[in-house]
Design a protein around this ligand. Structure first.
Ligand code: PEP
Ligand code: MG
Length: 584
């Protein structure tokens, strides 16, 4: 078979080479067959045994995931076990076998299909998408019941491989074991969609938005996923493999050198310090953040708690979790972002035609006060560690900040009456990720202690371009001069108010982004932990005057291409070789 190159959106480097496993969360077509009345009992027993054995296997998987990835991620496996042992589904399947006189696998798959249709008709839910996930566990049972070809299971990869698919759900992503998964290629998704963010957190080479990936990879056994260049190479030639092997040697050497210096300060050649902190979604990442030399957590995306829970985690559960992260990160700070549900992290059972412009972030929290108060109280209680800050997502109006401050004051009074310790001076920050927040940042700055620019959303809302849609990914760029002007304005207004300004979108880890942001006077950069040593290394080669010159210039161009062309030329002239950074 000839080599074929498919192009997509680069998400995370370097590259992975291996056998392709296709991930289809779909039920197989099972032909209906009649059984005799005296065979019914045998079918019921077979069904019960399949459920029992599957449950045993999933309990083992639960233990393994809990040991290796932590309790919060292991919760996802519990959802599978709960679905597997759901009494109603089991009873309905048993009735179906008896009434319709059909084999267990047919009855079970029919009942599951009904459940799926029921869930799907209640509105597509990407973030808490039980509709996709249930197929994993159900297929597992069907495999036990039939000779149905053993499908690749995300739960139990037995050998190293690449995953090809249309899309993966956040829960799928959460349980992926990076020791087995050498790379991910998907037909859907964008550079800053949440699946891509999770792929970066796991450090798995990933390319998304690959058109016709599954069609072209039909019957192909091996491939290379090049997460730097955004390429999927099917049936790579020997020459191509040699090229990648050589590149890998160089990258590994460079990585070792850079990582060895991860503890050094992020300081420019002319002595300016920048805070480099980490973005995390799960507790175990706090340890990885520290290992990579993070000087704090600049963004803790708490809404990921909902991945493993149907309902709001209790105040006590949240308190324990926030405290654990804060204690792990001491003496550095932890910025806990309040729940940013909505957008592509859709609220269960709630359907919106335009979710990114809908009931998202602070809007959702302020209209569900009990829900919001539970989280704020848990954060306040955890703040006894004295290194926690609070941050609000998706703010567009001054009222949202004022109302949150009132709530915080009420809760502080409540805690005082209850004699519960908390940080009286806990800082409140606002994410600047909508154009209205930028334009009002001179006013917002008077009401809060810091800003963190969410460049992913700021780009999406400024350019009216869905961050997760591969069809319009050619329009999505945080190097658009309109976006760069808004970032500059935010930093200026923050500093005018005497507060610090950070940036926690994907732009913070990109070499060009770092140069521009330093030139604009950014105080903090927060990124996926793996990029921290690289960012520190790059910063140590930079001179603030050079960065300022670049920052002045880029906002005066009128297109992304002009900005990029200029950056490439200017950086080369300065003698900075960005190829050194494998994630360029
Ligand atoms: C952002 O929008 O840039 C951001 C950091 O928040 P999130 O990616 O979680 O929306
Ligand atoms: Mg955002």
């Amino acid at each position: 078979m000839k080599e074929r190159i498919l192009r997509g959106i680069p998400v995370n480097g370097d590259f992975g080479y291996g056998e392709i496993k296709i991930y289809y969360p779909e039920l197989p077509v099972i032909e209906r067959k009649e059984i005799l009345s005296d065979e019914i009992e045998k079918e019921l027993e077979r069904f019960e045994e399949a459920i029992f054995l599957s449950k045993e296997d999933f309990e083992k998987i639960y233990q393994k995931v809990r040991d290796e990835m932590g309790k919060d991620i292991a919760e996802f496996i519990k959802i599978q076990i709960a679905f597997l042992t759901d009494e109603t589904i089991i009873e309905e399947t048993r009735d179906f076998i008896k009434k319709e006189k059909v084999p267990a696998e047919y009855a079970y798959s029919e009942i599951i299909k009904r459940y799926y249709q029921n869930l799907a008709s209640k509105g597509h839910s990407v973030f808490i998408d039980k509709s996709l996930e249930i197929f994993d566990v159900c297929l597992y049972v069907i495999e036990k019941l039939t000779n149905y070809e053993k499908r690749f299971s995300l739960f139990q990869p037995t050998e190293k491989c690449l995953i090809f698919g249309k899309s993966l759900s956040p829960m799928n992503m959460a349980i992926l074991d990076k020791n087995y998964i050498l790379g991910i290629a998907l037909e859907m998704g964008g550079k800053t969609s949440h699946i891509s963010i999770m792929a970066k957190a796991k450090e798995i080479p990933t390319v998304v938005g690959v058109e016709n990936l599954l069609h072209f990879s039909n019957n192909v056994k091996k491939a290379i996923i090049d997460g730097n260049r955004g390429m999927v190479i099917l049936n790579p030639t020997e020459k191509r493999l040699k090229f990648y092997e050589k590149e890998k040697e160089e990258i590994t050497k460079r990585k070792k050198m850079i990582i060895a210096q991860k503890e050094k300060e992020a300081k420019t050649k002319d002595g300016k310090y920048i805070d480099i902190s980490a973005n995390i979604e799960f507790i175990y990442e706090a340890v990885i953040a520290k290992e990579n030399g993070a000087k704090g957590i600049g963004l803790f995306r708490t809404e990921y708690l909902f991945l493993s829970k149907k309902d709001l985690p209790s105040e006590e559960e949240q308190y324990q979790l926030y405290k654990e992260v804060a204690e792990k990160m001491k003496p550095y700070f932890v910025i806990i972002r309040t729940f940013d549900l909505g957008g592509d992290k859709i609220i269960p059972g709630y359907f919106e035609s335009n979710p990114f412009l809908g009931w998202r972030g602070i809007r959702f929290c302020l209209s569900n006060l009990n829900f919001f108060k539970t989280q704020l109280r848990a954060i306040l209680r955890a703040s006894q560690t004295k290194n926690i800050k609070i941050m609000l997502p998706m703010v567009t109006n001054i009222d949202e900040i004022i109302k949150t401050k009132q709530l915080l004051n009420e809760l502080k009074e409540e805690l005082k009456k209850e004699n519960i310790d908390f940080d009286e001076n806990i800082e409140l920050g606002v994410m600047i990720e909508t154009p209205s927040a930028v334009l009002l940042s001179d006013v917002f700055g008077k009401l809060c202690n810091f800003f963190s620019i969410g460049s992913n959303d700021l780009t999406q809302y400024t350019l009216a371009c869905d961050r997760g849609n591969e069809k319009i990914s050619y329009l999505f760029s945080h190097y658009h001069p309109a976006v760069l002007r808004l970032i500059k304005e935010t930093i200026k207004n923050g500093h005018k108010n005497g507060i610090w300004v950070g940036l926690c979108g994907e732009l913070a880890s990109e070499p060009f982004g770092i140069i521009i942001l330093l030139g604009m006077g950014i105080d903090e950069l927060s990124m996926a932990p793996q990029f921290i040593p690289y960012a520190k290394e790059l910063i140590s080669f930079l001179d603030i005057d050079f960065c300022k010159e670049i920052a002045e210039k880029v906002v005066n161009f009128s297109t992304v291409n002009e900005v990029i062309r200029y950056l490439k030329k200017r950086v080369k002239k300065e003698g900075i070789f960005l190829e050194k950074y494998s994630y360029v």
